[in-house]
Structure formats: C-alpha cells, structure tokens
Design a protein around this ligand. Structure first.
Ligand SMILES: [Ca+2]
Ligand SMILES: [Ca+2]
Ligand SMILES: [Ca+2]
Ligand SMILES: [Ca+2]
Length: 315
C-alpha cells in the first residue's frame, strides 16, 4: 500500500508540474489481483484494469520461459524465485485511456482502435521478482474426499505417509473415501451415523476390511482388475468387498490409487528498481525502489501428493 501511495503522490506532483497535462488523480488499483492472457505464440501479458473515476491499466508483458503458456497459471514452481530484467520485450506499461477498457484490450491479437490511449508510461529499467506458493483450493475439505477437515480422523490411518487430511483413500483399501462415505438406503451405519458395513464401529472409510469377512478390501478383487470398485469385482450389484458371504481374494494386488488433490498457486509479482518513462516526448521519469504489481492466483489444478514431479493437471 505504501508503494501505491508513493506513485500516486509522485504522479500528482508530476502532473501538476506540467501545465495542460492530464491530471492523474488515481493510480490506486483497488483490486490487487492480476489477470492474464495465455501466450498463443506471443509474449504473455499480466494486467490490472481500473475503470473507476479514471480509465487506466498497468501491464507486464514478458516472454520469460519460466512463465507458463497457460492463461490460468503463472507457474507451478514453488521452489524457485523467478527473476528477470525489464527490457525491450519484457516491460511494464502504464496507460490512461479515454474510455472503458476490458480484458479483450490485452488478450486480442490485434489491439482494438478504441478506447484511445491518452497517456502512457513504459518501463526503462527494473527487475521482475516472482515468488509462488500453493493455496488451498478447498478451505474446509483440503483433499476433497467429502470428509470435512474438522471431521477427518487425526493422523495417518493407513500409514502411507499422507496425513488423512490430504488422503483421498484414508484407509488405503483402494476404495476412495468419497465412495466409502456414501450411504444408500438400508446401509448399516455406526453410532456416529457413518456407513459401517460390518458394524464393528469403524466406518467403512477407515476400515480396511469393510465386510468383516477376514479378507482385506484391497484384496477382494479379481485378477483382471485391481480396484475393488470396478465392474469385474461386483456381482448382483453388490461389490465383493461389501459382501461378507464372498471372499474373493487375490493376494497379488499391487495397485494403489494415486493421491491427486486440488490446489492452486498464488504468485506475487514485485518490480524492483522500476523506472517508468512518459511517452509524451518529455522524457519525464518516475521511479520506485520496489513496486508491488500484485497477486496472480491460478485456476484449480490437480497435483499428486506426495509429489512425483508430474505436471499438474488443469481441470
Ligand atoms: Ca482424507
Ligand atoms: Ca478407502
Ligand atoms: Ca467397519
Ligand atoms: Ca473383506
């Protein structure tokens, strides 16, 4: 906020020193969130638009290869800071217009003829610094398994190294928790009201032998397929793992469900030693030791926990 105030102050002073120039009375982009266009073979654009009182935008154009091509992701790299200098291709552009602007202004391959730019500053120096962290996609149910965080059993029930709060198969029986908590009519439940087929008090989603027939759910499959929920492992609409009269059991089950959960990436863009020059020919410059451009929040993507270095999947 201090930096925003600083440029506001500078611009007002600067404008008032130039008789006849347009008075910029607001450089304060209320919303810190940044929008983006994908690359589509061109440099990528990040921008903020202000349409209150004054029609203005500030944008960062970049062809830096560390930045994703996707419009909805800046980067998924939370390990490293992205840092590059502004130059003829990578630049900050501040503009004031004579009318309302929309995202199309930046995202169309051909810039529209209106609104007209009536004042423009372009960077003549600075270093872009981008740091990224993960952001929870679902605050109340991190792994999206249908059991809210505050109701997840503490710890790691199946000892697979993934805490229950992040585990989409809490008991490690190859049946997703969100499947195991589903109650149908006539299902047996425990005292807490959770589905508990063998009525041993342990809900199915935490029970590795759901039907209590002595064969672990994970092994109540046929050779053809190794997931207990697949059609091969269901007879007369009842899965073997829920049928205590059947003990279909295979000892050589190696499949485990890949633990994919939703997440987002939040990137913070700061420009160090930013120097902007007025394009009106006056050569006037304004400078910042550090300008907080804003935050870019990605769309929700699926990642594997624990990380196996696969590329996150866009939903
Ligand atoms: Ca869980
Ligand atoms: Ca399970
Ligand atoms: Ca049980
Ligand atoms: Ca069983």
């Amino acid at each position: 906020m201090r930096n925003i105030f600083y440029i506001t102050f500078l611009l007002i002073v600067f404008s008032s020193c130039n008789d006849g120039d347009i008075i910029i009375n607001n450089f304060e982009f209320e919303d810190a969130s940044i929008k983006s266009c994908g690359k589509n073979g061109r440099p990528k654009v990040f921008f903020k638009i202000n349409t209150e009182n004054v029609f203005e935008s500030i944008s960062l154009v970049t062809n830096n290869t560390a930045i994703s091509d996707s419009a909805s992701i800046l980067t998924t790299n939370i390990e490293n800071v992205i840092r590059f200098d502004l130059d003829n291709i990578n630049k900050i552009n501040y503009r004031v217009y004579d009318g309302t602007i929309t995202s199309d202004y930046f995202c169309n391959s051909l810039p529209p003829s209106t609104p007209k730019v009536i004042q423009e500053f372009i960077s003549v120096g600075g270093t872009v610094v981008i740091t990224t962290e993960t952001a929870t996609a679902n605050e109340t149910d991190t792994d999206g398994d249908g059991v809210p965080n505050n109701e997840e059993e503490p710890g790691d029930t199946d000892d697979d190294g993934i805490l229950n709060i992040n585990d989409i198969d809490d008991d490690g029986d190859n049946v997703l928790t969100k499947v195991e908590i589903t109650n149908g009519s006539g299902d047996e439940v425990n005292a807490a009201g959770d589905r508990d087929t063998d009525q041993d008090g342990i809900p199915n989603y935490l029970d590795d032998d759901d039907d209590g027939d002595g064969k672990l759910t994970k092994f109540e499959v046929q050779e053809a397929d190794q997931l207990p929920t697949d059609a091969e492992n269901i007879e007369n609409e009842l899965a073997f793992y829920l049928d205590r009269t059947k003990t279909n059991a295979l000892s050589e089950v190696t499949a485990t469900i890949q633990n994919k959960i939703d997440t987002k990436y939040r990137s913070f863009i700061t420009i160090q030693n930013l120097k902007l020059q007025n394009q009106d020919g006056s050569g006037e410059e304004i400078s910042f030791s550090s300008y907080e451009f804003g935050e870019f929040l990605s769309n929700t993507v699926k990642i594997v926990i624990p990380s196996n270095n696969t590329t996150p999947e866009e939903n």
